[in-house]
Design a protein around this ligand. Structure first.
Ligand SMILES: Cc1cc2nc3c(=O)[nH]c(=O)nc-3n(C[C@H](O)[C@H](O)[C@H](O)COP(=O)(O)OP(=O)(O)OC[C@H]3O[C@@H](n4cnc5c(N)ncnc54)[C@H](O)[C@@H]3O)c2cc1C
Length: 424
């Protein structure tokens, strides 16, 4: 397995702290004449796009089990209501900006609304605004001590950030589970100093990374999104892949294993890049239901404009409320209305929609919503403490990518695809 070929300054400027994350790529993958990518989510699509673009003489086959590609990324719409079911916006990373530019999506990609910067956490029934200073609630000495301890590796986020409610709010918002169940190295490798360290001072590196963004330089802490939701990205990637002569997309075909895929396509095992979930290796997943809820402006006038609220209190069936129509540059609700996305983890909610309605009545408005839709169930991989340290596919003979191994967010999978293609 390669841990990334280059650890030089140029690579650190291109990929930033992603350089801390290992690549699980078999050394013979770049020598293949034909590669089979299993899984047509953002990871498989980005890997196919980057590799096929770089090596036009290499045959790339993308195999997806469902009838369409895009993986967990789906955007629901009904009239003027538009709501993503999974990721709705991206944090800043130059690899993501480069992908947007290469897909000619610059006009449809915009920073989030400045007025929607606030994030809250509901503690003891009250909303508290989250900021980097929230971490000081832990106490600077206690925090420093726990960070130092976590640097020995394999710690949970609860051990890294010893304030249960803040740590839970953070992990619930990202991976749908509480902090004692989440690997600190996987979520925050810079804080735990997992992997190699940058070859230059952090502040210098940050400056050079900021100067490397195409399109526009994002403001600190800002997110950006697509007009029409994340499906805009998936559709553009799909049409680029379809236009490449060396790419074949096969949908509606579930493959069993890397070995059976190699046999079926008559390639060596080392030509398989597996981006589908790795649950078969005893890695669990958690589930949550997603609801779109719309109100008249006047009925939610007391709800501040912002990104959303995280709810660590497990007695409430909702773990998060995202203010979809506040956040995005493009319209997500009819004029005079606001749209909220509600997340209900199945560890807290047993399926009675009345429970959700009661909670939103308490948390958002006593008035009836004008829209209440259950958009379905989403699945998120589990990353228990020690996950990244113990990840090893050396005996597998093929390569692995995707959010099971790269990191939870879209920036991780998109940057990983670039790093994989740089090996070719
Ligand atoms: C509710 C939710 C909220 C999220 N919020 C954010 C966010 O705010 N910000 C952010 O950056 N990220 C967020 N994410 C994460 C982001 O969506 C993922 O990082 C990214 O989409 C993962 O892409 P992937 O290709 O690795 O995986 P997937 O999208 O899971 O794709 C894997 C693909 O493999 C296919 N497959 C599985 N088994 C087989 C098989 N045997 N044969 C063939 N194909 C197979 C699947 O059908 C699927 O299409 C969120 C995710 C969810 C679910």
């Amino acid at each position: 397995m390669k841990v990334g070929r280059m650890s030089d300054v140029t690579s650190w400027i291109r990929h930033g702290v992603e350089m801390r994350r290992p690549l699980f790529v078999h050394e013979s993958l770049p020598l293949s004449d034909k590669i089979i990518i299993v899984g047509g989510g953002l990871s498989g699509m980005s890997c196919a796009y980057r590799i096929a673009q770089k090596r036009p003489n290499l045959e790339v086959v993308l195999v997806e089990k469902s009838p369409h590609i895009g993986g967990v990324i789906t955007t629901w719409s009904e009239g003027e209501w538009v709501c993503d079911l999974a990721v709705n916006a991206t944090r800043a990373h130059p690899a993501f900006w480069r992908l947007v530019k290469d897909l000619h999506l610059a006009n449809e990609f915009n920073p989030s609304q400045a007025r929607a910067k606030s994030r809250w956490v509901l503690l003891n029934g009250k909303r508290h605004r989250l900021s980097p200073l929230s971490l000081l609630k832990i106490g600077p000495f206690k925090l420093l001590k726990s960070i130092r301890k976590a640097r020995s590796g394999g710690a949970s986020v609860a051990e890294l950030l010893p304030h249960k409610q803040i740590a839970d709010a953070l992990t619930l918002g990202i991976v749908n589970t509480t902090s004692e169940h989440v690997d600190a190295d996987f979520l925050m490798p810079s804080m735990t100093r997992f992997g190699p360290s940058p070859p230059l001072k952090g502040s210098k590196l940050k400056k050079q990374i900021a100067a490397s963004y195409p399109l526009f330089t994002p403001e600190r802490g800002a997110v950006a999104s697509f007009d029409g939701g994340m499906q805009t990205l998936v559709h553009a990637l799909q049409s680029q892949l379809e236009s490449l002569d060396n790419v074949t997309i096969i949908t509606g075909q579930e493959v069993e294993s890397p070995e059976s895929t190699a046999k079926q396509f008559d390639v060596p095992l080392s030509s398989i890049l597996w981006t589908a979930p790795v649950v078969d290796k005893g890695r669990e997943q958690t589930k949550l239901s997603v609801f779109a809820v719309g109100y008249r402006d006047s009925d939610v006038a007391n709800v501040g404009y912002g990104y959303g609220t995280l709810i660590p209190d497990a007695s409430i069936p909702i773990s998060g409320i995202l203010h979809e129509s506040d956040l995005h540059h493009s319209k997500r609700a009819p004029n005079g209305h606001r749209l909220f996305r509600i997340m209900a983890p199945h560890t807290r909610w047993e399926g009675d929609e009345k429970e959700i309605q009661k909670s939103i009545e308490r948390l958002l408005s006593k008035e009836e919503p004008v829209l209440f839709r259950n958009l379905g169930v989403q699945t998120i991989p589990s990353y228990p403490p020690g996950y990244l340290r113990d990840l090893s596919f050396d005996s597998e003979g093929c390569s692995f990518a995707g959010w099971g191994v790269s990191g939870v967010s879209v920036t991780h999978v998109v940057d990983e695809a670039e790093r994989v293609s740089e090996l070719f």
